[in-house]
Design a protein around this ligand. Structure first.
Ligand code: NAI
Ligand code: MG
Length: 354
């Protein structure tokens, strides 16, 4: 087995945590006997922008080529490039051009990470948020009329297609069918958003009928957000539209502690295009350059990438190595009240991958 992977470190702590993500990948490759063909790219960074006036070259797709996956750090350096430019011209291009219609994030309480919710132990909270990543509320259909006058009108439409809704729901039900509890929770708001959300609900029922072994329920988004905080242990797979999923996929990791450990995947499940794996956090200009960033979000993203590539045993080993490292203060970084540097934490994880 051999995998070609585009490596894009980006900006700020992206450049510090990426080498640790790669260290874990290389340890997994040695331990589990697959080959890695890693190609590092300088583009999709603010450094590249300062040299070339754009975040990526016009032929970025050709330069990336036919890879098996993209391993991404973090992009953004607001001091030199405004965020709406740096993000729109980079990470959002990948999601759109590569039709990465599933955004997947684990919500899992890890050892060594203080849980902001009282009384929870590792193992209590362990679920997935599946966010629709290409349509829904984030559409470009709408208009802005009579700006600056008292007749001003702004409209932005939600666009749901049967194909778009069904495919993300199927992904969620497939995922649940492989888990122990086999349960899907759908985020809705059909009592207030009276056209698109009843459609979403009806597609949930239609797709659920294809999965006899998977149970499901639905919550309105407001009470669902409250349940994330009050009863996170009840969830298994949570599926949501683009906007609701955006909010839930930040709220979930926030309920289990530091942003520094949370990973995410932008997936094109059919494999027509490469999928992209990245930590949830950004480039953290406030701590960049000090060697203290937590590399676990990047390393856990490597585990998700290995899982996606079919290297299930390697993925499980990386995750176990993370858990073992986080238990000890010598393995944890400063944000988790440990005393390891970025590199020391990364090396500790890599040494446990076997
Ligand atoms: P951020 O995630 O970079 O930082 C938020 C806070 O969390 C900071 O105090 C930071 O020090 C801390 N933090 C983040 N990651 C950490 C880690 N691995 N270890 C220890 N502490 C960590 O979010 P912020 O400050 O809102 O954004 C900074 C830049 O990153 C902006 O340019 C933003 O647009 C960009 N960004 C990029 C993302 C991406 O590439 N997908 C995602 C989020 C933000
Ligand atoms: Mg978000």
């Amino acid at each position: 087995r051999s995998y070609s992977i585009a490596v894009i470190a980006g900006d700020g702590i992206g450049k510090e945590v990426m080498p640790e993500g790669v260290r874990a990948l290389e340890a997994a490759s040695a331990a589990f006997g697959f080959q890695l063909d890693l190609k590092w790219h300088e583009f999709s960074s603010c450094d590249y922008y300062l040299k070339h006036g754009q975040m990526m070259p016009d032929d970025w797709k050709q330069q990336i080529g036919p890879v098996d996956a993209i391993f991404f750090g973090a992009v953004g350096w607001p001091e030199t490039v405004p965020d709406h430019i740096s993000l729109w011209q980079s990470i959002l291009q990948f999601r759109r051009e590569y039709d990465q219609y599933v955004n997947l994030r684990p919500v899992r309480l890890m050892p060594g990470v203080p849980c902001p919710l009282a009384g929870r132990e590792p193992g209590d909270i362990d679920f997935w948020v599946v966010r629709e990543n290409t349509e829904g509320e984030y559409s470009s259909v709408g208009g802005h009329m009579f700006p600056g006058t008292d007749r001003e009108i702004v409209i932005q439409e939600t666009v749901m297609t049967r194909l778009g809704v069904d495919r993300v729901l199927r992904y969620a039900f497939d995922l649940a069918s492989k888990r122990e509890r086999k349960h899907v929770t759908s985020a809705t708001k059909s009592n207030g958003i009276a056209i698109t959300m009843p459609f979403w609900d009806s597609r949930v029922e239609a797709i659920a009928a294809e999965y006899a072994g998977v149970s499901h329920d639905k919550y309105h988004i407001d009470i669902l957000a409250a349940q994330f905080v009050m009863n996170p242990q009840r969830f298994d797979v949570v599926v949501a539209s683009n906007l609701f999923g955006d909010i839930l996929s930040d709220l979930g990791p926030a309920c289990t502690g530091t942003i520094g450990v949370a990973p995410s995947a932008n997936i094109n499940p059919e494999g027509a295009f490469p999928s992209l794996f990245e930590p949830v956090h950004g480039s953290a200009p406030d701590i960049a350059g000090q060697g203290i960033a937590n590399p676990v979000g990047q390393i856990w993203s490597a585990a998700m990438m290995l899982e996606h590539l079919g290297e299930t045993a390697a993925a499980a080993s990386v995750l176990a190595a993370i858990e073992e490292t986080l238990v000890s203060a010598n393995g944890r970084t400063r944000d988790l009240k440990g005393n390891a540097s970025t590199e020391e934490c990364g090396k500790a994880v890599a040494s446990l991958i076997a």
